[in-house]
Design a protein. Structure first.
Length: 268
């Protein structure tokens, strides 16, 4: 596999060991030389994007926010940011031609919300939870916890202090975030599973004689369900339909409607 594709699967940042599980050392060297992959430090690689975002922030005297700030902090993401996401003060006028190719947020940040050229870890998680799709925000929150850049209690305090229009979204992410998730794949799959009635999964729970499955429902049993990376990241409706059917089977509920839902979602 190409090293840049490997890094995409790994959330955009990864250790040498993780990358080499999906590609070869020679391909990795070529990718770094050609600019497809960035060597951030010894034993650590990432996809390009941070430097571009920092240059854009410098041009506008702006601050990195949301997924661009998460990438700056070295957290794994569901997707590479489509463009730099920047914050400027509300009173600032930024002509349209200067905003071209950027996502500009007009927001007043307190000095304590900013560290160097990006929002602080906690503020980054909250901004992502407020504005981004739930699954992408959950990936960011899980990553922040996994890297120990935030605590869950800290996220909950920040979420409680958010403006009314964002508080419920932020509280949902802060409450459900879990640093045990090993990668964005697990976080996105958990986000999908949270929408399935009767399914209550946890990441990386030890099961005797089995090991640590990505996700486990302690009550429903040990029926193994596998999904590919492409299914989880690109076909969430199909994945949710399959999980609906599995829960129906395990709880002896009628499965006809659930199976028909899977077929409709897959053909859509």
């Amino acid at each position: 596999m190409r090293p840049d594709r490997a890094l995409e699967r790994l959330g955009g940042v990864a250790s040498t060991a993780a990358v080499l599980e999906l590609t070869s050392r020679s391909r990795l060297r070529v990718a770094v030389h050609s600019g497809l992959v960035v060597r951030d430090a010894k034993g650590r690689y990432s996809l390009p994007g941070v430097d571009e975002a920092l240059r854009a922030a410098s041009r506008l005297s702006a601050v990195l926010v949301e997924d661009s700030a998460a990438q700056y902090h070295g957290w794994e993401l569901k997707h590479r940011p489509p463009s730099p996401c920047l914050a400027v003060p509300r009173h600032r006028t930024v002509p349209a031609h200067r905003r071209r190719g950027l996502r500009v947020r007009f927001v007043d940040l307190d000095p304590g919300d900013v560290s160097r050229q990006a929002t602080t870890p906690g503020v980054t998680v909250m901004a992502s939870a407020a504005r981004m799709p739930f699954d992408e925000a959950l990936v960011i929150a899980d990553s922040a916890l996994r890297h120990r850049d935030v605590t869950q209690s800290g996220l909950l305090r920040l979420a409680e202090a958010m403006p009314d229009r964002y508080r419920s979204r932020c509280l949902r992410v802060a409450t459900l975030a879990d640093g045990r998730a090993e990668n964005p794949f697990e976080s996105v799959l958990r986000a999908i599973a949270l929408g399935v009635d009767g399914l209550h999964v946890e990441p990386q729970v030890w099961v005797d004689d089995v090991g640590r499955p990505d996700l486990l429902d302690r009550e429903l049993g040990r029926l193994v369900v596998r999904f590919s990376f492409e299914h989880v990241m690109l076909e969430p409706g199909y994945v949710q339909g399959v999980l609906d059917s599995v829960v129906a089977l395990l709880t002896a509920r009628p499965v006809g409607l659930a199976l028909e839902s899977v077929r409709r979602r897959r053909s859509a």
